[in-house]
Design a protein around this ligand. Structure first.
Ligand code: 13P
Length: 336
């Protein structure tokens, strides 16, 4: 087993999943504004240190993705954030892309940037304790999108990123996200997601990336949020499994889904059914941002000093997600 494969498995085995706490300052400001909390560096740290000191960190969370500001912060009790994460047995990770910018000659689509100086930035993050990284390529779905230009350029960037990350001794999370915005059906989401994922792996292979040391972070197969089609969680799970079975090389150890704007319950139920129906050899777990933090953030905003209620809420959500990652979740457990 390679070192990278060991790290990947440590993050996603035994029902453990990933807490995506890597909101950029811009995104975090949006999230905090929505609950009327000032977006200061202190408040961003406070919320995150409360989550990272929670009990569920030990049994449920295998890895935490951080943003540059957070990986450099020290908690109010004197521990560095990466040390706090490691002390619970989880692996610190870091978002290393620098965001999605307008793609030249396809003005409505985006290309994710961040390859400049990446090798040097990775060295610094490794020294700070990171052992895995994330890069998100983002695609819109419509009749004409994503274009081949957007697919090929983002897949190329994801492959160059992955090769550099592995060279520096860390596991790359490869995240090609097809957004749920739009009127498309789940079948359109299926075919476009398949095309994007296949192109990503074609490029990863070309760039000699060790696939046993990669975690794929895809969207689930859903109909668009403006679509007339309403599909059941059973259908979501079957289509998602079929897509991944056909598009992901078998060497990849695991798949950690993003929640992408689904509610906490939807994301949990869909993940649970994906695991109950799992007919692949891939570990299927979560790498949720909003679907792990939403309720906790709402409660915290009512009294930012109330650590206990926030942690109780986060512990519950993480526990439900970890049950779903083993196909052991049931709706009745939500109210226990
Ligand atoms: P969501 O689960 O809120 O979609 O966030 C996951 C993520 O990391 C997006 O890049």
């Amino acid at each position: 087993m390679s070192e990278l494969n060991k790290i990947a498995l440590k993050i996603i085995s035994n029902g453990k999943g990933i807490l995506a706490a890597d909101e950029s300052n811009g995104t975090m400001t949006k999230r905090l504004k929505a609950v009327n909390v000032n977006s200061t560096a202190e408040n961003r740290l406070l919320f995150r240190e409360i989550l990272l000191s929670s009990e569920c960190m030990k049994d449920c969370i295998g890895g935490v993705i951080l943003y540059d500001e957070t990986i450099n912060q020290t908690t109010s009790f004197g521990k560095s954030i990466p040390d706090l994460i490691s002390s619970s047995g989880a692996v610190p990770g870091i978002k290393v892309d620098t965001g999605a910018k307008v793609l030249a000659n396809s003005s409505e689509e985006k290309i994710t940037e961040g390859l400049d100086n990446l090798r040097d930035r990775l060295k610094k993050y490794y020294q700070l304790g990171a052992r895995f990284t994330k890069w998100r390529g983002v695609f819109t779905i419509s009749d004409n999108y994503p274009t081949k230009l957007a697919i090929n350029s983002n897949a190329h960037a994801l492959a160059r990123y992955s090769a550099l990350v592995q060279e520096s001794g860390m596991v790359p999370i490869v995240e090609p996200e097809l957004l749920m915005d739009g009127e498309h059906t789940s079948d359109v989401c299926f075919s476009k997601t398949s095309e994007v994922i296949q192109k990503c792996f074609e490029e990863l292979i070309l760039h000699k990336v060790d696939l046993s040391g990669v975690i794929l972070k895809p969207n689930m197969i859903l109909s668009g949020n403006q679509s007339k089609e309403k599909i059941s969680s059973q259908e979501v799970s079957k289509k998602t499994l079929e897509c991944l079975k056909n598009s992901v090389p078998s060497e990849v150890p695991g798949i950690a889904f993003l929640s992408g704007g689904q509610s906490e319950l939807e994301a949990t139920e869909n993940l649970d059914l994906i695991n109950k129906n799992n007919n692949t050899n891939f570990i299927m777990t979560y790498s949720f941002g909003r679907a792990l933090q939403q309720s906790a953030l709402k409660l915290w905003s009512k009294n930012i000093k109330d650590l206990k209620t926030t942690q109780r809420t986060f512990n519950h959500r993480a526990k439900m997600c970890t049950l779903a990652a083993q196909g052991k979740w049931a709706n009745e457990l939500e109210n226990k």
